[in-house]
Design a protein around this ligand. Structure first.
Ligand SMILES: Cc1cc2nc3c(=O)[nH]c(=O)nc-3n(C[C@H](O)[C@H](O)[C@H](O)COP(=O)(O)OP(=O)(O)OC[C@H]3O[C@@H](n4cnc5c(N)ncnc54)[C@H](O)[C@@H]3O)c2cc1C
Length: 296
């Protein structure tokens, strides 16, 4: 870790999140190889530093006061991908949407559902990211994780990953996803391209993509849609500071300019309570909140 650019003290986090919210990381560290990752984890363990992993910052709410300890970003080898026939091996830091488009253009089907999910492969695995009927669980053959406590590297089969709706057994653990192996299938490129075009157009029409946001704020409850319930509870357009329940899609909170993490949390709690008192359904956050979780 000799490159000083790869260890950045007091690095602003807001520009690294799609919400454009959050105070600085005490140390932001970019790791490019497994050896570098294990080296940093040793230091983190030795000094007992708090540790967070950052992907593309598209599903995270970073506290206004910042993040103590180390925020790790997987780059280089750990964000690369290689394609071996119908198998695709991608680093945890690899951009999921870009990978989905690339392999679809090569005539590999199965990952096209992810063409508009603006995250990384690693974060997508943990949350079993999905859209339009597809999800990671359908295409993942294997994953590699590193346990920061002892630097143990482990390969996991899907049944060990334990996928569920926007969850897996890895969610809430310290595991760092360093590699995901996808099993895809030969498919017609033009059909995949047409399908992706349709998905992207549908998103542009229904999601507030012009304003900073972190995707769906709440998971869909069984048999229903969080957006429908929030809209029916009359919360569309509600505002706390510069955080607003989107007028375009009620399950998105948008940052109108200077929203803070506190604004977003206050607003999301109001929305959750309004839906619960109206429909008796307690919505669970989909967005990952770093620091104390007020939804517990
Ligand atoms: C406009 C928009 C549309 C979206 N649409 C969808 C959608 O259709 N479907 C969907 O599922 N999601 C959607 N999302 C949410 C988001 O893109 C996904 O949840 C994505 O998987 C998050 O990836 P990320 O790299 O940005 O994660 P980050 O926000 O960087 O991190 C999220 C969490 O994952 C952890 N994490 C990150 N990398 C790793 C790793 N390598 N190993 C272990 N933990 C890690 C972080 O510590 C953090 O707690 C959308 C978001 C936006 C902004």
């Amino acid at each position: 870790m000799r490159d000083p650019d790869r260890v950045r003290p007091q690095e602003p986090m807001a520009p690294r999140t799609t919400f454009r919210i959050g105070g600085p990381a005490e140390f932001l560290v970019e790791v490019h190889t497994m050896a570098e990752l294990l080296g940093v984890l040793e230091v983190v363990g030795k000094y007992g530093l708090p540790l967070h992993i950052l992907g593309n910052g598209s599903n995270v709410l970073v506290p206004d006061e910042g993040v103590p300890g180390v925020v790790l970003v997987l780059e280089g080898d750990l964000a690369d991908r290689r394609i071996e026939g119908t198998r695709v091996v991608a680093g945890g830091g690899c951009n999921l949407a870009r990978l989905a488009v690339e392999v679809s253009r090569m005539g590999l089907g199965g990952l096209h559902f992810a063409c508009a999910i603006p995250g990384t492969v690693g974060a997508g695995l943990v949350i079993n990211a999905g859209a339009h009927g597809g999800e990671m669980s359908q295409v993942v053959a294997e994953a590699e994780v590193v346990w920061p406590e002892d630097g143990r590297v482990q390969r996991l089969r899907p049944e060990e990953i334990g996928f569920g709706y926007r969850t897996s057994r890895l969610l809430g653990t310290s595991a760092i996803v360093t590699e995901v192996v996808f099993d895809l299938y030969p498919a017609d490129r033009d059909e995949l391209a047409a399908r992706m075009k349709e998905l992207l157009e549908r998103r542009r029409a229904t999601q507030p993509l012009g304003l900073p946001n972190a995707g769906s704020i709440f998971k869909n409850p069984p048999g229903d849609y969080a957006g429908r319930l929030i809209e029916a509870a009359g919360c569309k357009g509600w505002r706390v500071g510069d955080a607003q329940v989107s007028e375009k899609h009620a399950n998105f909170i948008v940052n109108l300019g200077r929203a803070t993490a506190r604004d977003v949390i206050t607003l999301a709690l109001k929305v959750r309570d309004a839906v619960e008192s109206r429909f008796g359904v307690r919505l669970e956050p989909e967005v990952r909140i770093w620091g104390p979780n007020p939804f517990r």
